[in-house]
Design a protein around this ligand. Structure first.
Ligand SMILES: [Mg+2]
Length: 194
């Protein structure tokens, strides 16, 4: 459920901030159950934005619910193949690490049919990544297109940016922007103010 490139955070014991990134409709287009690496399409501004965050010293950590595994739509190996494709479209650099949650309480594959502390809005994947990769959560950000992404980020002690328009009430601590590029610029602006 986890894979990573050999970025500097892996090789060093020094603490580092991260930008945690939702995958579907934040980094890549996915309006269904994407399990085919050939169907991966990066969204506008993502390649450039990730390059800028990498150069600013952030670890880049993808945090994605993949309940399609629990629903039998694709296998964990397909998720890994999609992630390899994302990485190959981007570089490296920047090297990303990937965490996904294959569990869902309403699955059809019994092995994966349950609630799990990794499933957003729970913060389990962020906490696991922070421990493995020596990430300073309070200096880190979560960027995503769904309120559950922002909730997971706040629950982990990070700051959170939510993309796009949403009808439901959103925690006032969450910063709202329209585009991925705006989210990246916000992170870099706040970094400059520190
Ligand atoms: Mg999403």
């Amino acid at each position: 459920m986890h894979s990573s490139g050999l970025g500097p955070g892996i090789l060093s014991n020094s603490m580092q901030p991260a930008v945690f990134l939702d995958r579907d409709n934040t980094l890549i287009a996915n309006d269904g159950d994407l399990g085919d690496p050939d169907a991966v399409v990066l969204l506008e501004g993502v390649a450039e934005g990730l390059r800028r965050l990498d150069q600013a010293g952030y670890r880049l950590v993808v945090i994605t619910n993949q309940g399609g595994v629990a629903r039998g739509r694709y296998a964990e190996a397909d998720v890994d193949a999609v992630h390899q494709r994302v990485q190959s479209l981007l570089g490296p650099p920047p090297a990303l690490s990937f965490y996904y949650c294959p569990f869902h309480p309403k699955g059809t594959v019994s092995k994966y049919t349950r609630e799990h502390p990794w499933r957003k809005p729970a913060p389990g994947m962020l906490l696991e990544a922070a421990e493995r990769e020596h990430i300073t959560l309070e200096a880190s950000w979560m960027i995503g297109d769904q309120p559950r992404d922002a909730e997971a980020g706040l629950a982990a002690g990070c700051r959170a940016i939510l993309l796009g328009d949403h009808d439901e009430p959103i925690d006032a601590r969450v910063v709202r922007v329209e585009t991925f590029t705006q989210a990246v610029e916000l992170v870099l602006e706040r970094e400059a103010e520190r």
